[in-house]
Design a protein. Sequence first.
Length: 365
Amino acid sequence: MQIKTTKNDIIQALKTCAAVGMSSALSTLAAGKLTVVDATKVQIEATDLDMFVVVDVAAEIEGEGEIVFPLKKMLALVETLPDTAVITMSVSNKNKDRLIVRHGGSKNEMAGFPVENFPPSMELPHAHAHVVCEGKELVPVIKRILPMAAKEKDTSMFSGVWLDFAEDGVWLVASDRNRLGAERISEQSARTPYQGIIPQKAFKALAPWIGEGEVGIFVGDTIVEIIAVGAHVRTRQMVGRIPNWRGVFPENFIASAKLPAQEFRQAVEQAAIFEDPAEFSGRVAKMEVLPGRVELSLSSQSGNAFAAIPAETEGSCSRGFFIPSLKGLAKAFTEEEVSLNIAESELMLVSDDAPGFRGVIKSLA
């Protein structure tokens, strides 16, 4: 088996696989499995046992075979090469578990692992529901939804992305308990309502591959498969029952404001600098809707922040919001303008540039 490829063709595949495989402390899992598919393509696979990622790599290939190699060493080696480097890989004649990598006058040989020790890939025998959408349309949705989820160290369903197949379409939803965001990715009506919870790391792993062509999401009993052009993942669903997320969004508001998204995001980020988790008041930003402007302020033992943002406003009010919740909401938008709608106990954010998205956080007063 001899494989000729370029750094440009293989580097992103190695980075994607390394992000998955190297998250495990087990040596065999911190490895990539390279398999010859045909004369023009190999696949590199990695796993942390909860998720498998498979990435295609264009190459010129002689022979057949497969080998399991250390991802960290292979990635480090390829990163030392110039961007236009041509790389030749082959299996040692003396030891089938050793991979030889050549470039120009260099020859590097690395010890691999027995192929039979690499975990078998999980299968999706039957999909109860699926959706196919354009990658270029899915990318901004993911960027808006992921910041609404809890951090990955939270192993509950709140660190995942909820997939809701409903009568009014297919929705991506995420919440960290204090904030929630939802956006429809397809108007396809579900014949039978179905829900699944996808670990956010699945979307992060495929991020470099989503954007060109179609993306398919297939949901089974316990497994979800996401297929993009050039890569796919299979992951275990997270355990949990998705709550009635639609009931979270308020319908009546006491004040509203339309303001520049960048200035709003900047004000939130500056207030977050002075957040003090040790004191309750140091975690809360005060938002006031006043005629012609929105004021955001935070005061803590480490300092004070204040910003006045020009806005088109209706009504007036003053509410407090946890800074982490505001940051997640602010990150959801890169558009020019956003609309803030304040209810008795919630703040809902929408944008004309992303009409399918709704984000909401709880207020404290």
